[in-house]
Design a protein around this ligand. Structure first.
Ligand SMILES: Cc1cc2nc3c(=O)[nH]c(=O)nc-3n(C[C@H](O)[C@H](O)[C@H](O)COP(=O)(O)O)c2cc1C
Length: 186
């Protein structure tokens, strides 16, 4: 039998996506934050979760407006993704810091980030205080996809080049292995 080292409990689920979440304040000032504690949590209605520490400037904006956009970055903007996770919107306008342009969302006040090929508009349906983080459950109201990453109406990950996060590191995806259901296909 192979020996396995048992480790103390920690956030060991990897890889996860690294995303840029935008939120707006009541007075119209918006912000960008890098988040990795995110996930899909329901299909009908489509829902996702984001977990945010109370100390983040973004936490205040989420409390004010109850809306946000999850912007999926490609590997080409890994530097900007890191930067949005290093500085606070309390001190800096991260749009100008990163050279991003705002695009209007259709259902929420938070803007879309032009350089992100997928933008997911959400409204907060629930908040769970878990300890270090508050988890916001968002219902997905609209999704925008850059035509440049579409192939036959589907997102082509070779074109999108999504960004993944694993303990303290940024990764790109490897190659496609197969399609869902292939193991039982006759
Ligand atoms: C790769 C990466 C992932 C991060 N994931 C989270 C997260 O899931 N939740 C969180 O609260 N902060 C996370 N952070 C930290 C925030 O992005 C960081 O504290 C940011 O400066 C907060 O910005 P704000 O004060 O403008 O909201 C992450 C940072 C990086 C670089």
């Amino acid at each position: 039998m192979q020996l396995k080292k048992q480790k103390s409990p920690y956030t060991a689920l990897f890889p996860v996506p690294a995303v840029l979440v935008t939120a707006a304040s009541g007075d119209g000032k918006d912000n960008i934050v890098t988040l990795a504690w995110v996930g899909t949590v329901n299909s009908e209605p489509p829902m996702l979760s984001i977990s945010v520490r109370q100390s983040r400037h973004t936490h205040r904006l989420l409390e004010e407006t109850g809306e946000f956009v999850v912007n999926l970055p490609g590997t080409d903007i890994v530097r900007e993704v890191d930067m949005c996770g290093m500085v606070s919107g309390k001190d800096e306008d991260k749009f100008s810091l990163c050279g991003f342009k705002r695009q209007p969302a259709s259902r929420v006040r938070a803007p879309l980030i032009d350089r992100c090929p997928v933008n997911i508009e959400c409204v907060v349906r629930n908040r769970l205080s878990l300890g270090s983080h508050d988890m916001y459950i968002g219902e997905i109201l609209a999704v925008h996809v850059d035509e440049a990453i579409l192939e036959g109406g589907r997102i082509d990950l070779n074109k999108m080049k999504p960004l993944a996060y694993a303990p303290g590191e940024y990764w790109s995806l490897g190659e496609k292995l197969s399609t869902m259901g292939f193991s039982v296909k006759k």
